[in-house]
Ligand binder design. Sequence first.
Ligand SMILES: Cc1ncc(COP(=O)(O)O)c(C=O)c1O
Length: 368
Amino acid sequence: MGTRVRFVDPARLYKTLKEELDAAYFSVMEKGDLIDRGQLRSFEQNLANFVGTTYAVGLNSGYDALHLSLRAAGIGPGDEVIVPAHTFVASCSAIVNVGATPILVDVLPDFNIDPDAAERAVTPRTKGIMPVHLSGWPCDMDRVMEIAVRFGLIVVEDACQSLGADFRGRKVGSFGITGCWSFYPFKILGGYGDGGAITTNDPEVASFARRMRYNGEDRQTGEYHGHGYTCLLDNLQAAFLDVKLKRLPDWIVRRQSIAERYREALSDLPDLLLPHYDDARRTHIYQNYTLRSKQGSAFSDHMKENGVEVLTQFRKPYYRHAALKLVDRGFPETEALSREVCSLPMNVEIDDVEIDYVIKTVRSFYGK
Ligand SMILES: Cc1ncc(COP(=O)(O)O)c(C=O)c1O
């Protein structure tokens, strides 16, 4: 069967924003504003306001945000950084690429870092901890911050999947020295190519990132402050992202209502673990609707065979890829969920008929 429900449909979303996106495009083109100009500043200001930090610095990717954050914190060879065993590989690669040692720890059934495991992993060499707010659900930031303060650790938040989520009314990405964001096209706030940013309240960290994204140069004085990179967010992407950021609060509400429909229609199926958690401190923004099925790939294959695009990207945990040379210290929760995860279509362009079809297809696997 061909595809009946797509995982995301960027062309359909474009049609709903066409006028504004086209206007943004023509404005950039007509002014010739391509690098480090007003559109970038505007987006950075709006992003900082949205997250509730003083600064935002636009970068080329979420990876760059993580990498520059670690560099800004002075983390390097000889240092250890605690990172979850279940995350997108870039969280860990950023640690390896600054020369530090990633110390992987297991996650909880909600996919996020297990604070007890993180606490047990602290050694005299531990310099930082990277909580990853996965799929739109915040980590337990009470526990993460408490551990960080107690052991004097730097917190770099990998919030690449959670723009708009909050913990005790405060947005994720505003707790650590930085919040790291990805605007990869299929993110909740996605560009039309790669993009990323950090948010921070620390002026030194913001200045460091602004210089390092431009080969280490202070653009005001022309002075090089170190060997840097070429990784700033393009003006064109910033202009597109600014258009989309205005819609984000409404889009989050829409995602939450789709998640609620999935919950109502599927919560009677005992072999499914749905991503709804009883914790009034946190808000889920459903970047992904990742459920766990006891039947693993048999379930996700059934969805695909019936024309529903689902994501099962984490079947082989990143630490089991030999070339990455990581230490597998045994992560039972990560191992279990890697076999079971399946992300259902979750986006703002999906229509009600498609949602019903997804639900029907899930239920039919269980003979309902
Ligand atoms: C949790 C997480 N961390 C880091 C990244 C890296 O972001 P990017 O692809 O923009 O480099 C992503 C994006 O895929 C992500 O989901």
